[in-house]
Design a protein around this ligand. Structure first.
Ligand SMILES: [Zn+2]
Ligand SMILES: [Zn+2]
Length: 453
């Protein structure tokens, strides 16, 4: 109880301490609230005037998805949108990365990031604007492409926010850096943009924001996670070597299938026996391939693992442990040394939302959307490479955007009900209008909240 009073006092303190934009020439206290409402009303008016256009853009992006590292047309579209608004736009910053800069006097630099890539999923939503895109993968198989992670919604909100803020220049001072990031789904795009000089060739942000759709949160609402939000994500390949031979003469072979099976089970002890139970960790063997026929003992077996953690020390222990356990098991079987490859280039660090920035943003959201529309979302073991910008010592805040009809969310919460389609599902379908409107309003206000006046 006492904690709650202290928190309330803190929250009120934060609202009172918001920048001048929230209290335009009217002093403090209630005038501050009026400033927020005034700003909110202007954002809403501008958004309403622009809405049809924005929904069309969303549906076009949804119907024309592109896979990671192939975002040619998507990035060109985003670049065109920013240029039209008056941003100074640079393309091909780290793959298909887009950077737009809008300067408006002295003040903080604020970055807003959207991702642009879609997933190899055949869409089954049945929506009139569903993706019908099919491509051939590198094995020649036909695969669909779908914005099943909501990156199309992120892009539409990003364009909407850019348009709103560019129209409200008399209300803020500073620099906007809007980035369209490629290849989020393979954990590569943020690193590519940073390596291409994002924070050196362009103004270095004082704050960075992003939003991400959530598949079980009602539209009209947002959620936030202070501090740790998402996990360290690593991919590991293991090649288990044996000695091949006839299935009826196992004594003449070293069976890599039996060895791989032992390794898979031994790896489970990394989390259950070696990691402090209060430190979250996951070791999943997601793929195992070996052999060609009933009666042939193969020469090798390949494993693919995903490894999640929240602390760097735990990450190191897990990765070292995978190597140690695999090598020891091979030695025990008298097998040739296995190969353990940690895909460093695909490492996505844990996402830590800056505590101060997140608290300040959440307090504002409660004022703008209503306290009942803003919830806390606990951390999950998923990964998002927006974390790289935070690792480059920029205070970051990624918040969560509700996308689903509240009635459907309530139904899915009933006991025994079928869960809603998750992100990456071929049935994931945000409701455009309320989701877009909430996304643009929340993002515009979050950015205004840290810009100068
Ligand atoms: Zn995703
Ligand atoms: Zn995503």
């Amino acid at each position: 109880m006492r904690k709650r009073i202290i928190l309330t006092v803190l929250a009120l303190g934060l609202i009172a301490a918001m920048p001048a934009l929230l209290s335009p020439s009217r002093g403090e206290g209630r005038a501050g609230n009026d400033g927020v409402q005034e700003c909110r009303d202007e954002v809403k008016q501008r958004l309403a005037a622009d809405y049809e256009r924005l929904e069309t853009l969303y549906k076009q992006l949804h119907a024309n998805p592109e896979l990671s590292l192939h975002e040619a047309r998507t990035s060109a579209r985003l670049a065109r949108e920013l240029k039209e608004i008056g941003f100074d736009v640079t393309e091909r910053v780290g793959g298909y990365g887009v950077v737009g800069v809008l300067k408006n006097g002295q003040g903080p630099t604020v970055m807003v990031r959207t991702d642009m890539d879609a997933l190899p999923v055949i869409e089954r939503t049945g929506l009139p604007y569903a993706s019908k895109v099919r491509i051939r993968d590198k094995n020649g198989n036909e695969v669909g492409v779908m914005h099943a992670c909501g990156h199309d919604m992120h892009m539409a909100c990003w364009v909407g926010t850019a348009r709103v803020l560019a129209g409200m220049k008399e209300r803020w001072k500073g620099t906007l850096v809007f980035i369209g990031q490629p290849a989020e789904e393979i954990g590569a795009g943020a690193r590519m943009m940073l390596e291409a000089g994002l924070f050196k060739k362009f103004p270095r942000p004082d704050y960075a924001f992003a939003l991400h759709c959530v598949s079980n949160l009602p539209y009209g609402t947002v959620a936030y996670t202070e501090g740790l939000a998402l996990a360290n994500t690593d991919s590991v390949d293991i090649l288990v070597r044996g000695k091949s031979g006839h299935g009826a003469a196992p004594h003449t072979t070293i069976d890599p299938i039996v060895l791989a099976a032992r390794i898979v089970l031994d790896l489970q002890t990394l989390v259950s026996r070696e990691t402090d139970p209060v430190d979250p960790a996951v070791v999943t063997v997601g793929s195992i391939h070996g052999g060609s026929k009933h009666n042939i003992i193969p020469g090798e077996v390949r494993l693919q693992l995903t490894v999640r953690s929240t602390k760097d020390s735990v990450r190191k222990h897990l990765l070292d442990g995978i190597r140690r356990i695999t090598e020891a098991a091979a030695k025990g079987a008298g097998a040739p040394p296995p190969e353990v490859k940690i895909r460093e280039a695909e490492f996505t660090p844990a996402l830590y939302n800056d505590a101060e920035l997140t608290r300040k943003t959440a307090a504002l959201f409660k004022e703008v959307l209503g306290a009942d529309k803003v919830t806390v979302r606990p951390p999950v073991m998923g990964g998002e490479d927006f974390s790289h910008y935070g690792r480059a010592r920029v205070p970051v805040c990624m918040f969560w955007l509700g996308t689903i009809d509240p009635k459907r969310v309530a139904e899915a919460e009933q006991e025994g009900a079928r869960p809603l389609p998750s992100l990456h599902s071929d049935l994931f379908a945000p409701v455009p209008e309320p989701t877009l409107k909430t996304g643009v309003l929340a993002m515009s206000m979050a950015v205004l909240n840290v810009l100068g006046k």
